[in-house]
Design a protein around this ligand. Structure first.
Ligand code: PAF
Length: 287
């Protein structure tokens, strides 16, 4: 496995693989890899001849008062996990490599990015779309892998690929949870032990909402109310949003008669966590 920091070196390797007719999978990450990332890497390794993992804490997707500086980093641990998963190359650029002096071109998206996380993180998706499209141009993957925990991000990237005619298959992979059902996240490391316990309220709310929908409830408001009540009963939790939206457009819906996403962002102390579930429509669970 190679670890490279420059775009030139990455491109040289990609060109060599392309000449051999090898397919390439990309797993974009911000590092501090956990089992959620591991599941993406494993799938990418299964489905492609070569796999590139990018490890880059992307400054443009963090707002001024967010956790860019404190975001956890551990390259040694990440490299070991990539090696174990069978990754061929880690692309680990510096911020200057990705955003050299004078950088001023961004990929901005309307509609989908103005809801859910986009409301409390106004610059977030512009940063995500910009860095992901840069990674796509650098690596030119056949397939790219993203977790369904960031369901809005996944929908935004699918839309970007469609709108900008990028010839890349986007693969969404299921949420990976801890034994007690907390969704895996690099940010879980910020939680102290009381907060770690309180954070279980997110998955409890997700499972309650899911159960209600599986039992045939078609009123989105009832789902939101059930999930909200559960979260509000936890003193350490403060809701950013709990919403039910169309899976493709991220616009709120009233009835669960089409593929939908039930999503939440909740502060546990100072840590903002997200969780969700998706279903095709009431009566049938989506993948
Ligand atoms: O999901 C993430 O870790 C990041 O948003 C991504 C896709 C790697 C872009 O920086």
């Amino acid at each position: 496995m190679n670890l490279v920091e420059t775009i030139v070196e990455t491109r040289a390797q990609i060109r060599a693989w392309q000449k051999e007719g090898l397919s390439v999978g990309l797993v974009p990450t911000m590092g501090y890899l956990h089992e959620g990332h591991y599941s993406l890497m494993e799938r990418a390794v299964r489905e492609n001849d070569r796999v590139v993992v990018s490890i880059f804490v992307n400054p443009t997707q963090f707002g001024p008062n967010e956790d860019l500086e404190s975001y956890p980093r551990d390259l040694k641990h990440d490299a070991a996990l990539c090696q174990q998963a069978g990754v061929s190359l880690i692309f680990h650029p510096t911020p200057e490599e990705m955003y050299p002096q004078g950088f001023c071109s961004y990929v901005d998206m309307d509609v989908l990015t103005k809801e859910l996380c986009g409301l409390s993180r106004p610059v977030h998706f512009r940063g995500v779309c910009t860095v992901v499209s840069k990674l796509f141009h650098i690596v030119q993957p056949d397939r790219a892998y993203f977790g369904e925990k960031d369901a809005q991000q996944l929908a935004v990237i699918r839309r970007m690929v469609q709108d900008l005619n990028m010839d890349i298959t986007i693969v969404g992979c299921p949420i990976v949870r801890e034994a007690d059902n907390l969704a895996k996240s690099s940010r879980n490391t910020y939680l102290n032990s009381a907060e770690r316990q309180a954070a279980l309220v997110l998955s409890r709310a997700v499972f309650a909402g899911q159960k209600l929908a599986q039992q045939g409830e078609t009123d989105a408001k009832k789902l939101v109310q059930t999930m909200t009540d559960i979260i509000q009963a936890e003193p350490l939790a403060k809701i950013d949003y709990v919403k039910v939206v169309d899976q493709m457009t991220m616009q709120q819906i009233d009835r669960l008669d089409k593929p939908f996403l039930a999503a939440m962002a909740v502060f546990i102390g100072k840590t903002r966590l997200i969780d969700n579930f998706m279903m095709d429509a009431v009566g049938g669970a989506a993948e």
